[in-house]
Design a protein around this ligand. Structure first.
Ligand SMILES: Cc1cc2nc3c(=O)[nH]c(=O)nc-3n(C[C@H](O)[C@H](O)[C@H](O)COP(=O)(O)OP(=O)(O)OC[C@H]3O[C@@H](n4cnc5c(N)ncnc54)[C@H](O)[C@@H]3O)c2cc1C
Length: 437
């Protein structure tokens, strides 16, 4: 039995295969196609949606790991990375080469293939997702053919939901490694809902409890190259000291906010949750840390949860977020995890939720053990009404009719899909529900 990270999705594939090389993947796809079995590549299972669920063949890409080469041109380096590489490993191998991702991705476990399939993003108004960094892709298509994706098809394949084939390797644009100073600071909610806040730092995000007037924010600014190594330890020490003093942690601002405590309160005394959340927000203090971005932004989740996240046009972001916060507070749907607000640049990927528009991301998370349905359904209603498109990895009630209406390049994507997977070897009920067949 396969289960995703949240525990909310499971399936019993007819087989789970772990090919060791490209020809092994081709053979798996050909054999499954001959037998009429669907094929589903699977990464770290960190999607909340049912995208990785199958009753056919699961293809585990964990043997496809590591950076295999570098290229690009002066000032615009690239690396080739295998699709089963976890983000943690990618960060480490890039750092060994004095390189880094431009996208501020903080989670360690997802694989490159999974993160690309769903358009995994961080937060910064001019920062793209991992998909935006793609300059080349190699995959096995639905007929088992090994293909280098043509430039004309790249915007279909950079965020493909796994509908075009089993991704084997990606060539990604990367940047020279640098160090950043991360600051976590409580700020008034009204300030956070103002456009100026999102333009104030290259990497910036916020987390807001619906009933609180203080938001927990976090941003990162680049440091000049000559900053001393010793800063790192000093700031880390200072951060840990402050966190001990305050008694709650704002680590990750959004990721681990006093979660242990909040979730215990939520389970034992749900009606105290808003009061507890307000206290957490009030008690938060400013902390800083310096180091490579992937290290200082890293915030492993403290509890398991279900999540819905929507990409709103930046023009409706503040209004949509405010309406959502009010709705959750007024309807008694506040939980022990804050609503997470992030931003991103317009994406070229035809199926990326931030396609062709500057985006504000709004994520609602419900700790495992709490009935998530009423909270998520409330969020869907509000965020849909503000022109939102759901993150493909998150839970939503999105339908194929919605995709038709919200994604103007869907016809182009379908044309590419007909070429790469004419027999729909990679189709699943979850894909059919949002892409059609
Ligand atoms: C705690 C937590 C925090 C998160 N934070 C963020 C965040 O900050 N930003 C964000 O955008 N998302 C976030 N997510 C969602 C998560 O990033 C995505 O679900 C993740 O990128 C998927 O990667 P995965 O390896 O787990 O893929 P899986 O969930 O295993 O698969 C996802 C999809 O990718 C396809 N796929 C996997 N490998 C391949 C391949 N080799 N070729 C083709 N298709 C493939 C699968 O078929 C499936 O359709 C978070 C999730 C969790 C649980």
């Amino acid at each position: 039995m396969w289960t995703n990270w949240s525990g909310g999705r499971e399936c019993r594939p007819t087989a789970t295969v772990r090919p060791l090389d490209d020809s092994g993947v081709s053979a798996v796809v050909r054999r499954a196609a001959e037998r009429g079995q669907p094929v589903r590549p699977v990464g770290a299972g960190h999607s909340f949606s049912a995208l990785a669920v199958t009753d056919g063949v699961h293809v585990d890409l964990s043997a496809f790991s590591g950076i295999t080469g570098s290229g690009g041109r002066p000032g615009r380096p690239t690396v080739r990375v295998r699709a089963g590489t976890t983000l943690a490993q990618l960060h480490t191998e890039l750092a060994d080469r004095d390189l880094a991702l431009e996208a501020p991705l903080e989670l360690a476990a997802p694989t490159v293939g999974g993160a690309l399939a769903v358009g995994m993003h961080g937060s910064g108004s001019s920062r793209g997702s991992l998909s935006a960094a793609v300059v080349g892709l190699r995959l096995v298509d639905g007929r088992g053919r090994l293909r280098d994706v043509a430039a004309a098809d790249l915007d279909a394949a950079r965020t493909s939901l796994g509908a075009l084939g089993v991704l084997l390797e990606a060539e990604l644009a990367v940047v020279p490694a640098g160090r950043v100073r991360v600051t976590r600071e409580p700020r008034p909610v009204d300030e956070v809902l103002d456009a100026a806040f999102w333009a104030s730092h290259p990497v910036v995000e916020a987390a807001v409890f619906p009933s609180a007037r203080t938001a927990l924010t976090r941003w990162a600014d680049p440091l000049p190259e000559h900053t001393l190594e010793g800063d790192d330890e000093d700031a880390e020490g200072e951060k840990e000291e402050r966190e001990r003093t305050v008694g709650v942690t704002v680590a990750g601002a959004t990721g681990r906010t006093a979660l242990g405590g909040a979730v215990v309160v939520e389970r034992a005394l749900p009606r105290l949750v808003p009061r507890f959340n307000r206290a957490v927000s009030r008690l938060a203090r400013t902390v800083t840390a310096t180091g490579p971005m992937h290290r200082v932004l890293s915030s492993p989740p403290a509890v398991r949860f279900e999540q819905t996240e929507w990409a709103l046009p930046r023009t409706t972001f503040a209004e949509g977020a405010r309406e959502l916060l009010t709705a959750l507070a007024d309807d008694g749907l506040e939980v022990g995890l804050p609503v997470r607000l992030r931003v991103g640049a317009p994406e070229s990927g035809w199926l990326h939720p931030a396609h062709d528009r500057a985006t504000g991301w709004v994520a609602v998370r419900v700790p495992r053990g709490t009935d998530h349905a009423p909270v998520l359904e409330r969020a869907w209603r509000v965020l849909r009404a503000h022109g939102g498109r759901p993150h493909w990895a998150s839970r939503s009630d999105w339908t194929v009719e919605d995709t038709v209406a919200a994604y103007p390049r869907l016809p182009d994507f379908r044309r590419v899909r007909d070429d790469y997977d004419p027999d729909r070897v990679f189709a699943t009920p979850a894909l059919d529900a949002v892409l059609g067949d």
